[in-house]
Design a protein around this ligand. Structure first.
Ligand SMILES: [Zn+2]
Length: 325
């Protein structure tokens, strides 16, 4: 942990007690600005800002609001005392500092929060935008939105976010209408030695929601039997972690239809597992992002806001997965 003693603008001599020991556990910028004589006799006021904003502010462990916020420390008395200010924002290092406060003080804190290294940095992630393949061009929503288009658009948006976080992204096809067999898609993930392959699809069913599928037993296709028990176990762990991450973002927006084995799918029930799973040598999860044949799901996934939410859910899913590894 680094500790910094940033510049302090000292208040007038009569209020010199206002400045105390300043120590940031995280690298931070702090400005204690001049105090105002107009503050009330009891308590102190501290205006807390942070970059980025929306960090939770705690004073001696008590939640006081989110930045930017004016915090009233009503317990401050004539004799100055130390108060611990803590700022918490997911994805950023915890910011911590002791501030000396006395009744009547009026200070401001401006904290710079340092980003934590991304859980996704350096990970090899294979995104497989489902369809068109040897089996199907994909489904279509009530107003004509095609699954193939949605899978492709979400894959590209997800790829951009993952690349920005330092991940190594491999796409299982190069153009929206490129036809790639499911066997070839698995081979692309295998050759990349992907930490996980996520196969993006939209379902055709009657009930709204997202669902995930992983190989729960071996299947046989083109004379090949797979995947291995190791890949099945790793895929099950991945599916559950991805589901947990997606739920954290989609709760109240899109219902979960659960995590299932490939054997619960039409193709999986006949050949043991989905073809893309049978040939996979890496953890593989098929994500049905929504049910495109349900009007509300089609509206959601074809809107810019819905797509942004879905990408956020998929990023949270991958973060949850890599946090567990
Ligand atoms: Zn599909």
């Amino acid at each position: 942990m680094r500790c910094s003693h940033p510049p302090v603008t000292r208040p007038p001599a009569s209020r010199a007690r206002a400045s105390g020991r300043l120590c940031a556990v995280a690298l931070a910028v702090l400005l204690i600005l001049g105090t105002s004589a107009a503050a009330s006799a009891d308590g102190a006021i501290v205006a807390v800002k942070s970059k980025p904003a929306n960090a939770k502010v705690f004073v001696n462990g008590y939640f006081k609001g989110r930045t930017p916020v004016r915090v009233t420390v009503s317990s401050a008395r004539a004799e100055s005392a130390q108060y611990r200010f803590t700022l918490v924002l997911p994805g950023y290092e915890k910011w911590d500092m002791h501030v000396s406060l006395a009744a009547g003080d009026n200070k401001s804190i401006d904290a710079y929060l340092e980003r934590l290294p991304s859980l996704l940095a350096g990970r090899i992630i294979c995104i497989d935008p489902g369809h068109p393949s040897e089996t199907s061009p994909g489904c279509t929503g009530p107003t004509g939105v095609t699954e193939n288009h949605i899978n492709w658009v979400i894959a590209l948006k997800l790829k951009d976010v993952l690349l920005a976080q330092g991940a190594d992204v491999v796409l299982a096809k190069n153009a929206e209408n490129e036809k790639v067999t499911n066997r070839r898609r698995a081979t692309i993930a295998n050759e990349a030695n992907a930490a996980v392959m996520i196969r993006l699809h939209c379902d055709a069913a009657s009930r709204s929601g997202f669902s995930l599928y992983y190989p729960d037993r071996q299947g046989t296709k083109y004379g090949h039997t797979g995947p291995s028990g190791e890949v099945q176990a790793a895929s099950r762990i991945a599916a559950n972690a991805l589901h947990k991450g997606m739920k954290s973002v989609l709760a109240g927006i899109l219902p979960s239809r659960g995590v299932h084995g490939d054997s619960a799918t039409y193709v999986g029930s006949r050949q043991g597992a989905l073809t893309g799973s049978i040939f996979s040598q890496v953890p593989v999860v098929t994500i049905e992002m929504c049910v495109l044949t349900v009007a509300s799901d089609e509206r959601f996934i074809s809107s810019a806001g819905g797509q942004q939410t879905m990408v956020k859910a998929l990023v949270a899913a991958l973060e949850t997965y890599f946090r567990q590894r």
